[in-house]
Design a binder for this molecule. Structure first.
Ligand SMILES: Nc1ncnc2c1ncn2[C@@H]1O[C@H](COP(=O)(O)OP(=O)(O)O)[C@@H](O)[C@H]1O
Ligand SMILES: [Mg+2]
Length: 224
């Protein structure tokens, strides 16, 4: 699903943020990505959700070497990746329903076809009572659930989440990861960056640790 071979990344003439990283994440896997602030977690995720190009090496996503993809193939691949950003990035003037439906609308689907799916998903993430609310009126946890719903509405094969629990309380953080866990059980590959030890110690998923421009597999952690 995700393969990095000898990947390096630096910004302009800065130091290597990633240096000769090799990584292979299987379809259907769930990995945490940890590492100190500034280690390069967001940068690594950006390579994977095709928002940034490596300075050297090869990035393959879903079997495609992304250097060889046409712009069109790139956007088709990108559509199979759901991204959850730390700062939510909900659109202020759209309701919860409209925010979540937006990726389908952009993909050219008619509302008649997706309305039921969007409403069901909003129920599933616990926002059934908030469908007409504007983002500004939502709590942190509600915003994050809306962001998750928007990331998964297109049934992506891969979900990349960048510190998705950074702005919610620990209890809500655990609920959010359980949601992602359920999607993973249905086959979605998940890669989730977090610096929150509370989170990953509760789950048996393997953890990648990024430090000093290198990624290594951390020791398995006993569930608490
Ligand atoms: N667009 C950018 N231009 C220049 N430097 C950047 C850019 N994005 C990130 N960096 C630098 O790359 C390093 C890794 O950042 P980042 O990937 O955001 O780390 P993390 O997500 O682990 O906190 C930091 O030193 C940061 O300042
Ligand atoms: Mg980051």
């Amino acid at each position: 699903m995700i393969r990095l071979d000898h990947v390096s990344l630096r910004y302009e003439d800065g130091p290597d943020v990633l240096s000769d990283v090799n990584l292979h994440l299987a379809e259907g896997s769930f990995h945490f990505l940890t590492g100190p602030s500034g280690a390069g977690k967001t940068s690594l995720l950006k390579l994977i959700f095709l928002a940034h190009r490596a300075s050297a090496g090869r990035v393959s996503i879903m079997g495609h070497d992304i250097a060889t993809l046409s712009r069109h193939q790139m956007s088709l691949t990108r559509r199979q990746i759901g991204v959850i950003f730390q700062d939510f990035r909900l659109i202020d003037h759209l309701s919860v329903y409209e925010n979540v439906a937006l990726p389908l609308k952009i993909a050219g689907q008619r509302e008649g076809r997706y309305q039921k799916d969007v409403l069901e998903l909003l129920q599933w993430v616990g926002l059934g009572q908030r469908i007409d609310a504007l983002p500004a009126t939502l709590s942190g946890g509600e915003k994050q659930r809306a962001a998750i719903a928007r990331a998964v509405i297109t049934r992506p094969r891969l979900i990349v989440a960048d510190e998705p629990t950074g702005n919610v309380d620990p209890e809500m953080g655990l609920r959010l990861i359980r949601l992602l866990d359920e999607l993973n059980k249905m086959g979605t590959t998940i890669l989730l960056a977090t610096h929150d030890q509370q989170l990953w110690t509760h789950f048996a998923h393997p953890r990648l640790h990024l430090e000093a421009a290198q990624v290594h597999m951390a020791k398995p952690q006993e569930a608490l």
